[in-house]
Write a protein that binds this ligand. Structure first.
Ligand code: FER
Length: 275
């Protein structure tokens, strides 16, 4: 009898839907520059935005060994409310994280585009960053991304142009954008990730009105957040809905606050799962 009781407890602990699966945390040194490995390259690009009516900037990371002779999938990587196209580079060292992953053979060659997600003529993170027009500009970026930036990238870089080779991920406001734009345009994105997603994240019923379609079309949906983040409820309510409607996704609450420790880990994990 004791054995059966023990087996039942083991079963419940392992298969309870409430139990969080193993939390994935990057190993020490994942974000430390290694001078003896091949490096990718960061460039600034400028594209004409019909949506905003200006020429806008974005950063682009091309991987070690980058060559125009082959095509690459593209990850669009979005910043938060206090940032711009340089926020990831300055705070999250994505080039170092990715270079290290390439050196270990842990990721597929991809191009990473880091746009400015505040789609308005003055898109700098100055003044009151919470002003309604600036917050609205993060929603307006959907049109700039789909109609201006993606076509520019696809015209000027050797990239695949199908949904299976396009991913969107972001931190905080950029996490909300990634969930809103990715899940709202499943014909364009098969891979979606939100790190510490902000209150701009649409309500679950609006975000995923057709769970069966999301289930059918998504290759991967990743949602993560720090356990001390006051915005955790926005990730949690999305996860609860996805779980209730049986849409496969990876959800992790990890030790941390609303900061780059969580976002860098998000990039480290998602980069290995995407494409
Ligand atoms: C808010 C709290 C936080 C909000 C946005 C944020 C638009 C975004 C935070 C970030 O991007 O880091 O109420 O409203």
């Amino acid at each position: 009898m004791k054995k059966i009781g023990f087996a039942i407890i083991v079963f419940l602990v392992c298969f309870s839907s409430r139990a969080q699966k193993e939390v994935k945390i990057a190993p020490l040194g994942f974000d430390r520059e290694n001078t003896s490995i091949a490096k990718g390259k960061i460039d600034t690009i400028s594209y004409v935005s019909k949506t905003v009516g200006t020429t806008r900037k974005a950063l682009i990371y091309t991987p070690p060994g980058y060559s125009g002779k082959q095509n690459y999938p593209v990850l669009y990587l979005l910043h938060g409310i206090g940032g711009d196209e340089k926020e990831w580079l300055n705070g999250g060292v994505p080039h170092i994280i990715l270079d290290n992953l390439y050196a270990e053979g842990k990721i597929k060659p991809m191009i990473v585009v880091m746009p400015n997600g505040r789609a308005m003529p003055d898109d700098r993170a100055v003044g009151n960053i919470m002003a309604p027009d600036k917050v609205q500009a993060f929603a307006n970026f959907e049109k700039d991304l789909l109609n201006d930036l993606i076509p520019f990238i696809e015209k000027n870089f050797p990239v695949f142009t199908d949904r299976n080779n396009r991913a969107i991920a972001g931190l905080s406001m950029g996490g909300g954008q990634s969930l809103n734009f990715g899940l709202g345009n499943l014909d364009k994105f098969a891979w979606v990730a939100g790190f510490s997603s902000a209150p701009n994240t649409k309500k679950p019923e609006e975000l995923i009105p057709d769970p069966a379609k999301a289930k059918r079309m998504l290759k991967l949906l990743w949602i993560s957040c720090g356990d001390k983040d006051r915005l955790l409820s926005f990730s949690q309510r999305t996860h609860d809905y996805l779980q209730q409607h049986k849409v496969p996704h990876q959800f992790q609450i990890e030790p941390g606050d609303h900061d780059f420790k969580v976002w860098k880990n998000g990039l480290y994990q998602f980069a290995q799962l995407v494409f």
